[in-house]
Design a protein around this ligand. Structure first.
Ligand SMILES: *Cc1c(COP(=O)(O)O)cnc(C)c1O
Ligand code: SF4
Length: 445
């Protein structure tokens, strides 16, 4: 094949106009390459060498689930938006304005992430920290705000296309550490991004050293959220910086803290390559606990067999299944989104095939402004059919673990579309949400 990738660095990636050339080379399909060229104008795409050579099954593209996870597809855009971009190709001014107007229709900020959860200390924002649930603080290291490749469903897409005002990133570890020292209720710090393992060990070191240092003995667990094992597993195996990274990670467990690596695994095939298995073994050898989570999305993993296979593969590698998420209302949601009812059926039909040790995954979970809400199932109540819901985590801890109900809606895809079932359920929804549905409506009839 021709090489279109940017050579030189340890992670050679393909993005921008090279994507269409790659698809043309691998698939010999001119229409598919054209679709790629149109869609990539609006949404960000980037693939790594590992993805190209070891994950995508090119013979099955474009229907291959890993192709769907990583490559532009014409159905990601509304047909009229697709045509508008297509018409503007070749005219830079028209293209810029068409792209801006299409992006404006795609919600870049689900869950009011930027404004609602940033802690304020003496009136100043502590940039790069999100502290929503008492025990767990998220830290966004500045240099970790990108990934080795991009999942096409990523809700952080806005920051990858370079809107600086939509970026969440810190100004180095000092401010973050000062904040955590004042918050002894925090037991878990989650380094997240992007993907913090895109950072060179030298840049990650100051964070980890500081977290192990004085005044932060209350931090019992350091979590690192990453998709490096799927996109660039060599980062932990034969990358020139791998040994230093593993030594750094080992310093966490050597200090008597827990190190939890939160893997993002969308499809069981991601766990098959030998180098990925070596990366898993390397992490286990430094004492890390491994957990896996992903959203359930159409075209990639909307099948209980895929989830049961993924959980089984995880158990065989010593990875605990953690969350099955619902895709958020952003970006290419028209393409990846599923009804909550379907997400629930996939979860249930997968979990029922597992032994107890494989039932550690919870889901389907919506990460909302109010908290993490899971759909426990469908209940037949005197007032009608309802979704049984429960908060796993909440901004207001009092609502956690108490069952509540929403009017059953087979088409609803997200929390914001749900209606409280009765007056009693209203307290679990954001203030000013829609009125109560089933039971009260039935009573009024
Ligand atoms: C999911 C999440 C956490 C971590 O929650 P756990 O249930 O402890 O895994 C922390 N903060 C935010 C904002 C989250 O969405
Ligand atoms: S690994 Fe996570 S942050 Fe990176 S593109 Fe995928 S979903 Fe987004």
């Amino acid at each position: 094949m021709t090489t279109h990738e940017q050579g030189g660095s340890a992670t050679r990636t393909v993005s921008g106009r090279r994507l269409a050339a790659l698809v043309r080379d691998r698939c010999a399909d001119e229409q598919l390459a054209h679709d790629v060229e149109v869609v990539r104008q609006v949404l960000p795409f980037k693939v790594s060498r590992h993805v190209i050579d070891q994950l995508v099954d090119w013979k099955s593209a474009p229907d291959d689930p890993l192709y769907r996870l990583l490559f532009p597809h014409r159905d990601m855009l509304d047909p009229k938006h697709f045509r508008a971009i297509e018409r503007a190709l070749g005219d830079p001014v028209a293209l810029r304005s068409a792209v801006a107007s299409v992006r404006g229709t795609l919600n870049p900020h689900p869950g009011e992430q930027l404004t609602r959860n940033i802690p304020h200390e003496d009136g100043d924002e502590v940039s790069g920290v999100q502290h929503k649930y008492a025990q767990t603080a998220l830290v966004f290291p500045r240099h970790g705000q990108t990934c080795h490749a991009y999942c096409a469903y990523c809700f952080r897409w806005a920051q990858f296309v370079g809107h600086p005002e939509l970026r969440i990133a810190d100004e180095g570890p000092r401010q973050v550490i000062a904040y955590l020292r004042r918050h002894p209720e925090v037991s878990d710090v989650l380094l997240t991004g992007g993907d913090p393992l895109v950072m060179r060990s030298e840049l990650l070191e100051p964070y980890i050293d500081a977290l192990l240092g004085p005044g932060l003995e209350h931090i019992s667990t350091l979590r690192i959220g990453t998709k490096a094992l799927s996109f660039h597993p060599a980062r932990l195996v034969n990358d020139p910086d791998a040994a230093r990274l593993l030594r750094l990670l080992e310093s966490v467990t050597a200090a008597g803290r827990q190190l939890a690596v939160m893997l993002h695994v969308s499809h069981p095939r991601e766990l098959e390559p030998a180098v990925t298995r070596q990366a898993v073994a390397a992490l286990r050898a430094v004492g890390a606990q491994l957990w896996a989570q992903a959203p359930v999305v159409r075209h990639v993993n909307d099948d209980p067999t895929v989830w049961a296979d993924a959980w089984h593969a995880q158990l065989m590698l010593g990875i605990h299944p953690y969350y099955l998420f619902v895709e958020r209302d952003t970006g290419a949601q028209r393409y990846f989104g599923l009804p909550l009812q379907r997400a629930y059926e996939i979860y249930r039909d997968a979990v029922v095939r597992m032994s107890g040790l494989g039932r550690t995954a919870r889901g389907p979970v919506m990460s909302t402004t109010e908290g993490k809400v899971t759909v426990d199932g469908v209940a037949e109540l005197p007032g009608g059919r309802a979704f049984a819901l429960r908060y796993l985590q909440a901004r207001v801890p009092d609502v956690v673990g108490r069952p509540f109900y929403a009017v059953w809606d087979p088409a609803a895809q997200w929390w914001s579309e749900l209606v409280p079932f009765s007056r009693h359920d209203r307290g679990f929804f954001p203030p000013g949400a829609r009125g109560a549905g089933g039971a009260d409506r039935a009573a009024a009839r």
